[in-house]
Design a protein around this ligand. Sequence first.
Ligand SMILES: [Zn+2]
Length: 323
Amino acid sequence: MKFATVFLSSILSAFTIAELVHLPDVIIPKDPNYKQPPSSFAKFDAKKQAAHQCATQNILNALPNGFASTSRRLKNDYYTSPAVLSNLTAAETVNAPIHKEVQVYLNIMHLENGEGNYDDQVFWKQIDLLNAHFQGTGFTFNWVGVRRIQDNGYYYNLQAGSDAEKQMKETFYMGDKKVLNFYTGNFAQYNGWATFPHDYNYWQKRDGVCLHRDVLPGGKRENYNNGITGVHEVGHWLGLYHTFQNGCNPPGDEIDSTPPNPDPTHNDPNFFNTNGCPRNRDSCIGGIKVDVSNIMDYSWCRDHFNTDQLQRTMDVWWATRGA
Ligand SMILES: [Zn+2]
């Protein structure tokens, strides 16, 4: 009988894990002193203004030197603590994809009139894209919880490094360093930003990904509504840098096989040489073109990580978020 009970409860817990939990809606009373942002902020016009892609870089201040592209370089160049070394040794010994289910929590900021809110179906498409693009790493992304938060302040003021970001994350962050927290809202020109794994040591609850609601799959931001921005930001969350990190200067993005990229691709016709999907851009190495469709650039045609980038996500996971 006892055996049967244990068996039954394990089945139930398996079902619980698979099911998306809708956390209670949160309605934050409007602050009487709240000032609506200027319309140029609140109503971003993609045809008139160039979108700023990713604010991840802007919030990196007191960071260490960064990661290297292989476990061996991680070990030699950066990590020296015995605990980290033992993790890396395990990763190198196993020499196989890890099987790591990453639980995902989503916080949707929206206005009283519903602006910013969306159906679960939209985010399921984002999850499918994550699972497709990180295939081969052993990571699977399992969406386990969603919370809808009505608040003008968070919805409009959620800029990287802002007080609103800090307050929101301190309030709604879920889980630990192995859990991926997503937040969506209106970030004006910015498409999104993420924290790096090593940021966790400085400020635990900031860990996660912020996405403009218009860059979700099927969103309104032209050229950036295919869900790849979400994949790009999760790339940062797993330890990847932009392919144009440090421009032509070493260590670049610390991935030897991505050609060093002098400039980000733009979403602005004023940068006519680097706008959209310029497939013939020269890298910093003579005769080699920029990998313009790499997900860690900004182009309209982003569609892949390379195998060394995927390997790095696993190495960094072992070194930072743990086995
Ligand atoms: Zn980025």
